[in-house]
Each structure stands twice: as structure tokens, then as C-alpha cells.
Design a protein around this ligand. Structure first.
Ligand code: FUC
Length: 762
């Protein structure tokens, strides 16, 4: 049914380039009621969700370092004394006993990490704006400005909101088309029990302290206006104005994961002093320049059949009925880039499960960092979508873990190097948390380390590789000591561990072995590139063939475990043993076709349902399997409306295009966008594959500025499912190999030079 449907889309005529970058807007004709209808802005650390209410506007805001808890080492003294016993129990098939022992002796102290916190709320009251018309609210992702506009009594009112990275401030500009028509109140509040409001002057300050922990935050706003400003009932009242701009900033006493001696009052003061004397026009111009410096590097046009004129919530609904809205697919890619720029800038913390946007004191999964898929998925599009700098916060987190994870390596595994398990918080907890049946997963260090390698592959930045080499080497050092010889098979295996989050505590999940082999290969290659530490590289080289290999089981599947015990009826959301297909590359059509078939069989068994991130991963898998139509059918699920009763399956998109696990989890936005790009360009096999998994639903398109490994920036046009033109800009003069429809071309390049090809790849 689905397949037939997609085929029929080929016949639909779509037009290119009418909409282009201008159409990159989320737009609505009513205010938001739910949080997942509000629109996000952010500058990497300071974020807000804008509801766009007319009589009462609400901006719920966050600052990324406000978390519960305090500096803490979660490792468990003496845990390592039980490692051998846990392993023995698993080797004897006594899984429950192993899990029980691990629960008692092996888990982090305390067992749970801590949540990311909301900061506060900014409210604006417009009591005169009861009867309005011409309402629109939108988020223009080509300039990172959200606008609300409407008319009351013949006067046009407009509000623009931005979160500026250069000025570290949320700016909200309100204007009226008639002089002196604007009257409103503004004030702050917060959910925190422990809060204080200083409303005595024109600069209003909200101070909050988290309930369980050492962090406190300070937020202040000021108003610049041509109207009259007074303080009434603890609110700033603006009267008879034609415009007013509210500048809000926030800070906490968090310095780093070991230090909470910061001075938030001083930080806030510094920011507000710096913007004094600058008007909104200037701040807006700086903001747009800064944002577009990143955003404009990639353009994508998949055609527009007119549906882009409808409100975004309607488009998502319509996509479910008929997924023929190529402009929405392009918007999904650009929205993910927007969200990444808004939540992950150099010097800030990485995007959490919710980016930087959280309105709950007890958010789902603590709105923290889950490393058994979610955190890494947040960064899948970062290199390919030409936002390489936005990867930096993740490297900062890895650096922290390479320190905090040392104690865990020592105390839990009697090993050198560092390790991280499946969950991390702002205190860089690296020990196994929650429960032994899924918290003891050993892949965190290896998977995170692969991001360092990927950054190098895309940029060929040797200085960067040199800086981070000790970190990936220390990660490999840990695994080289941790791997243990399976008494049954003689292979080196990862034990105890878990195939994320299925099957409980086990010896030797396939995923770990794929991750560890990939890490070892990375360290070996890096040693060669940098001319460092050959002895260790040689040792790793000797270990790789001893690590338990990928195996094909009795159902034709890729085995998830050492034993052939996969259940083809199990439709679990995690498909971790396919890591080597994506984001890894050990399993691929060219070198290991039989394993590739088995992996595809495993994915068939798992089925097409899933949480948001699971759907997003499946888009990437099917793209690597080179089945574009199947990949698009998963995109269809991901871009369909979440939580509407008529649609029984999980996953999908909220009205504000946030990904639904459900509830909201941002990973699906990033993974889905990466999956769409993966349909158009792949470069994991040391060559650039052009349109490797183009779905029939996207017959025409143009993309510029998409990146391939080797440091190549690609511009590509296709028509009627065929490549029309291709341009490759070589950033650093690496050798290049391009492949289109089975034909390959290899050539040397010069740094800074462009290479053009026509449809025959000549
Ligand atoms: C993993 C997943 C869940 C969720 C959580 C944050 O544990 O299995 O689905 O995404 O992370």
C-alpha cells in the first residue's frame, strides 16, 4: 500500500526554486496552547519557547547550566572486586544472579543522576488586545527570528524575538504601526520553590535556586522604549509607546563539572552593561550576521507543490495523509540545522535530550545525555550539514568524561584509561546508573570517541586530531584491558554489558564488539597519521581479529548476541547490533554483502514502528541499504503528527516540528535530517556516492554546501531522479573519488579548487 503510494508520487509535478530559502518558516494562524506548539529560539546556552499569546504572551526560558545536583564522582568504590564474579555468573548462564549481584555491588553512587532544570518565565500582558485579527506567528529559520503579528482596532502590532549569540541576550522587540498605541506590562516568574523577585526598579531580577543541589541562577531584564515606563504591582508597565525592546539574560554559578564558584549576578550585569546604548536594530543585525554565517552554508530545495503556504501544523497533519510535501522535508533538514545552531555553539554545553528547551522540574529522562543512541544522534548531521563548529560542545563533554571516567575505569574494571556508560549529566557522571539490566553498557566511551574521528575525516584537521588523540587512545586503552577471553568461544568479548536496552545484562553484545573494533582501527590510523605510539597500535592490531566477529543466525539475521537467540517477533525500538551499518561502516555492500543482507533481515524483523529516534535511525539504515523508498516511508512516519488519537503508532512530530519520542526528544529531529542527507550523499566508504538512496518521492532537487568526508563541499542538482550537475569544492586538496550509478572517477584535487561534472560524471 505504502510502496504503491510513493511510486505514484513520481508523477506529481513539483517546482524547484520558487520557495528556496525564503520558505524556510514555521508558520501558524493561532497562538500556542501546549508547550510543543510554542516556537524555540536559542543561542547555544540561552533558550526560550515562545507561545505567541495575544492578550498574554509567555516566553518560557532556559539557561543550559541550571541543573539539580552538585559536583560529584558517581563511581562505586570496590565495584571492581565483583567484576570477575559477575562475569563468571554470566558465563554460566546465571543472568539473574549476575544482575542481582551487579545491582547490589556494581552500580553508581547514588543510583540516579540529576535533571536539567527550567529557569523561568517571562510574561507580557496586553489587556487592550482582546479582539484581534490577521494573526500570524512564525519562526523564520533563515534568520532565526520568531515573529508574532496581529491587528487590533486598525493598529498593526508586531513582536520579534531572537536569542543572540554575540550579545548573549534574548531580545523581544514590540512595535505598533500607530504612534503611542502600545500599552503593556511585563514581569517574570519561575516554577522553582526557591525563588526571589526583585521588582523594585526598571531592571527586574529573578533569582532561583534548585531544590536539590548547589546551583542557583539569576535572570534580569531591562526595557528600552520611547513610551512611559513605571513599576506597578511588581510589573514593569509601558504606556503610550510606539516600540519597546525587552532584553533578558541569565546565568548560573556553574563554572565546570567540578566547580560551582561562578558569579551569576556579575555575569548578568556584564551582559546588560554591554548592550547599553545599542538599539534593537543593531543587535538584530549582529544576530542575523552571526547566525547566517553558519546557516547559509547549506541550501536545500526539494521542490514545492504549494503546500508550503499552509500552516505548519496542518502540513504535518496532511503529510500523514499524503507525504507529498517535499518542501516540508527540506524544511525538516533546515530546522534541524537551526536547532543545532540554537543549542550547540562553541563554548556551550552539548544539546541534551531536549536541546536546551525544558519546561519541567522533572523532565522525561532528566533531559540529560543518553549515550546509547540519543546524544550521538544529536550530532549526526553536524558535519555533513556543514556546521562543523557546532560539534565542539560534544568534544568538550568527551574531554570531561576522559577525566571523570578514569575513576570509573579504575574502580569498576580495575583498568586504565576512561569509560562512560549509558547516561551522563552535567556533573559528568560516567558510572553505570539506574539498573544493572541496562545501565551496565560499555559502549559509551567508544561511540563518543568515534565523533572525534568523524570530525577529523570531514575536516582533515590534523591539529585537532593531535589534540584529541590522547583521549581516544585512553579510551582504547580501557577496552584493551577490559576485553576478556570468553571461556566458551575463546574470543575476546565485552562482559558484562548490554545490547541497549534489550535482553538484560549479558556477555558479549554484538554492538560493543563493533564499537571497539572501530575505535581500535581509529587509534591505529591516527597513530599512523600523527606518527605516534606505534607499539600500542600494533597491540590493538593484534587484538582486532580476536574480538568476537559479527555472526549470521538461524533466521538469516545478524545476531544481536554471541548466542543465536534473536527473536524475529521482537519489535524493540533499539537496533543496536546494526551500529556497524550506520553510523559505523564495518558492514557494507562492497566488502561484507552477506552481513549486509543479514543486517537488513534483522531490520525487517524489527519492523517499521518505533519511537522518534528509532524511526530516524531506520531512515539512516535504509539509506545505507540503498533503499531510498523504504527510507522515505520511515520519514513519512517521522513527519506525521504525534499524539493524535487517529494515529495509533508512536513517534512523529509535534506542531512545532519537535520530534516526539513521545514525549519530546530532539534526537529524532537531528537523526531524521541526517537520514535525508544520507539519501542524497554518502561518503563513509572513502568515496563520495551521489544520490545513493534517492526516493521516488523526491525526483527533483538541488542542494548546495553539503559536506563529504575528505573535506569536500558538494553542490548537486537532480531532475527526474537523475543527476543533472555536480560541483565539488576541495577544501584541503585530498584525493577524491566520486561514484554515481556504479561509475567511479578518481582524481587529485587542489585545495580551494572546484570540480564540475555533468550527468555522465565526466
Ligand atoms: C534510551 C531509550 C529511550 C529514551 C531514553 C532517553 O534509554 O531507550 O527510548 O530515548 O534513552
Amino acid at each position: 500500500m505504502m510502496r504503491l503510494y510513493i511510486l505514484s508520487l513520481v508523477l506529481t509535478i513539483t517546482q524547484l526554486s520558487v520557495y528556496g530559502q525564503d520558505g524556510m518558516k514555521l508558520s501558524y494562524d493561532t497562538p500556542a496552547v501546549k508547550w510543543t506548539e510554542a516556537l524555540p529560539v536559542g543561542n547555544g546556552s540561552l533558550g526560550a519557547m515562545i507561545f505567541g499569546g495575544v492578550e498574554k504572551e509567555h516566553l518560557q526560558f532556559n539557561e543550559e547550566t541550571l541543573w539539580a545536583g552538585e559536583p560529584h564522582d558517581y563511581s562505586h568504590e570496590g565495584a571492581g572486586d565483583y567484576l570477575a564474579e559477575i562475569r563468571n555468573l554470566l558465563a554460566k548462564g546465571k543472568q539473574l544472579e549476575a544482575q542481582n549481584l551487579a545491582t547490589e555491588k556494581f552500580m553508581s553512587v547514588p543510583l540516579k543522576q540529576v535533571p536539567y532544570q527550567p529557569f523561568g518565565d517571562l510574561f507580557l500582558e496586553f489587556p487592550e488586545h482582546k479582539n484581534y485579527e490577521n494573526y500570524n506567528r512564525n519562526l523564520n529559520i533563515s534568520n532565526a527570528i520568531s515573529t508574532v503579528s496581529y491587528k487590533v482596532d486598525g493598529v498593526d502590532y508586531k513582536r520579534e524575538v531572537l536569542s543572540s549569540f554575540p550579545d548573549n541576550v534574548l531580545a523581544l522587540n514590540i512595535s505598533a504601526s500607530k504612534s503611542k498605541a502600545l500599552n503593556f506590562n511585563v514581569y517574570m516568574d519561575a516554577l522553582h520553590e526557591n525563588k526571589q523577585l526583585d521588582t523594585s526598579g526598571a531592571t527586574q531580577t529573578l533569582s532561583v535556586a534548585v531544590k536539590d543541589g548547589a546551583l542557583r541562577g539569576v535572570a534580569s531584564f531591562e526595557v528600552e522604549t520611547d513610551g512611559k515606563l513605571t513599576i506597578e504591582d511588581g510589573k514593569v508597565a509601558i504606556a503610550k509607546a510606539s516600540y519597546a525592546t525587552i532584553y533578558l539574560t541569565a546565568a548560573t554559578n556553574y563554572v565546570d563539572y567540578t566547580d560551582v564558584s561562578g558569579n551569576p549576578e556579575g555575569e548578568v550585569d556584564k551582559v546588560l552593561t554591554k548592550i547599553k546604548g545599542q538599539d534593537f536594530k543593531k543587535i538584530k543585525a549582529k544576530h542575523i550576521k552571526d547566525y547566517q554565517g553558519l546557516y547559509n552554508r547549506l541550501t536545500i530545495d526539494l521542490g514545492d507543490n504549494g503546500r508550503s503556504k499552509s500552516p505548519t501544523n496542518k502540513r504535518i497533519y496532511d503529510f500523514w495523509k499524503d507525504p507529498n510535501d517535499p518542501q516540508l522535508v527540506a524544511l525538516y533538514v533546515q530546522y534541524a540545522r537551526y536547532l543545532l545552531i540554537a543549542s550547540s555553539r562553541p563554548g556551550t554545553k552539548p544539546a541534551t535530550l531536549q536541546g536546551i528547551w525544558n519546561h519541567k522540574l522533572n523532565p522525561p529522562w532528566f533531559s540529560s545525555y543518553t549515550t546509547n543512541i540519543n546524544l550521538e544522534m544529536n550530532y549526526w548531521p553536524v558535519e555533513i550539514a556543514n556546521l562543523s563548529e557546532c560539534h565542539e560542545p560534544l568534544f568538550g563533554l568527551i574531554k570531561d568524561l576522559s577525566e571523570s571516567g578514569k575513576a570509573v575505569a579504575k574502580k569498576h574494571y580495575n583498568a586504565d584509561g576512561w569509560i562512560a556508560h549509558h547516561n551522563i549529566d552535567i556533573w559528568r557522571g560516567a558510572a553505570p546508573v539506574n539498573a544493572s539490566n541496562h545501565g551496565i553498557w560499555l559502549g559509551g566511551g567508544a561511540w563518543l570517541s568515534s565523533h572525534i574521528w568523524e570530525h577529523y575525516l570531514f575536516t582533515r584537521d590534523k591539529e585537532f586530531l593531535k589534540e584529541y588523540f590522547p583521549i581516544i587512545k585512553e579510551s582504547a586503552l580501557f577496552y584493551s584491558q577490559f576485553l576478556y577471553e570468553d571461556p566458551k568461544t575463546g574470543y575476546l568479548i565485552s562482559s558484562p554489558s548490554n545490547s541497549p536496552e534489550i535482553g538484560g545484562l549479558v556477555a558479549g553484545p554484538t554492538m560493543d564488539h563493533q564499537l571497539i573494533r572501530a575505535l581500535f582501527r581509529t587509534v591505529i590510523e591516527s597513530s599512523e597519521i600523527l606518527g605516534e605510539d606505534q607499539t600500542f597500535a600494533t597491540k590493538l592490531e593484534a587484538m582486532i581479529p580476536k574480538i568476537a566477529p559479527n555472526q549470521i543466525g538461524k533466521h538469516g539475521q545478524l545476531q544481536e548476541w554471541m548466542e543465536d537467540k534473536d527473536d524475529p517477533e521482537n519489535h524493540h525500538r533499539h537496533v543496536s547490533h546494526l551500529w556497524a551499518v550506520h553510523p559505523g561502516k564495518e558492514i557494507n555492500w562492497e566488502e561484507t554483502p552477506e552481513l549486509m543482507k543479514a543486517a537488513r533481515q534483522s531490520l525487517e524483523y524489527r519492523g517499521d514502528n518505533g519511537t522518534g529516534w528509532s524511526l530516524a535511525w531506520k531512515i539512516n539504515f535504509w539509506s545505507r541499504f540503498k533503499d531510498g523508498n523504504r527510507a522515505y516511508s520511515l520519514m513519512h512516519r517521522l513527519l506525521s503528527p504525534a499524539e493524535i488519537p487517529e494515529r495509533k503508532i508512536r513517534g512523529g512530530s509535534y506542531p512545532n516540528l519537535f520530534d516526539a519520542h513521545p514525549p519530546f526528544q530532539i534526537d529524532g529531529n537531528f537523526g531524521g535530517a541526517a537520514g535525508i542527507l544520507e539519501m542524497l550523499i554518502q561518503s563513509h566508504m572513502d568515496k563520495i556516492e551521489i544520490l545513493p538512496a534517492l526516493p521516488n518521492a523526491l525526483p527533483n532537487g538541488e542542494i548546495t554546501g553539503v559536506m563529504a568526508r575528505g573535506g569536500f563541499e558538494i553542490s548537486l542538482k537532480w531532475k527526474d531522479l537523475e543527476m543533472e550537475s555536480l560541483e565539488i569544492l576541495s577544501k584541503n586538496g585530498s584525493d577524491c573519488k566520486v561514484e554515481y550509478k556504479g561509475k567511479t572517477l578518481s582524481f587529485k584535487t587542489e585545495a580551494g579548487k572546484k570540480y564540475k561534472f555533468n550527468k555522465e560524471l565526466k
